[in-house]
Design a protein around this ligand. Sequence first.
Ligand code: GLN
Length: 232
Amino acid sequence: VVTIGILALQGAFAEHQVILKKLPMGGHKIKIELVRVPDDLQRCDALIIPGGESTTIALLARLAGLLEPLRDFIRRQRPVWGTCAGAILLSERAEGTKKGGQELLGGVNISIARNGWGSQIESFEAPLLSDDLKEADRPFTGVFIRAPVILSVSPTPEHPIQIISRLPADHLPRTGDPALEEEDDTDPRDPRTIVALRQGRHMVTTFHPELTNDNRFHEYFLRECVLPSLRQ
Ligand code: GLN
């Protein structure tokens, strides 16, 4: 039995639960644990941190005594996937917070801007392609809701970062930010186009795969992060 925890303090945890329940597990039995207190986390082989409001999730995690247990879980290289607000929490640095910062869990060597696509376009959808997904030719509908923007990635030789998917150049949202809107010459390697990546067993998506009927990112997390960690 594989126990996958979903941090259930605030945000879209129920939607992740619905997808996980339907996921084909290739012979493994999956148990879902909604994580609200440290004891819940102890039972988990892996964890999903959902979208929501990263400041609220961090505050509630502190109140629940979960911040240090979560950091420890990450340090021990347990598989962890953060979607949207969860991606912010897994970043080493978050910029653009009004009060000059917020509590993060860290674990993935990226810096990120909260609400980085600007207020005019709080939400948008984009067709995402990835060679790492099953049926790689079929675009995955990325749902971005006041999504963060990845500003920089800092892999190290021991901890490389694998880019899983980027926004297509013709779908970069208009943000009012001149730097992002020199559309004709947006460098395809610009970190701001990255929307899904993995560093070891830690994965980050800036969109909400739990809000679509497509389970391929959940399948990827299971296949590439969770199952390999059980074989050790
Ligand atoms: N803007 C939110 C934050 O800063 C993230 C939005 C989301 O998870 N959909 O935490």
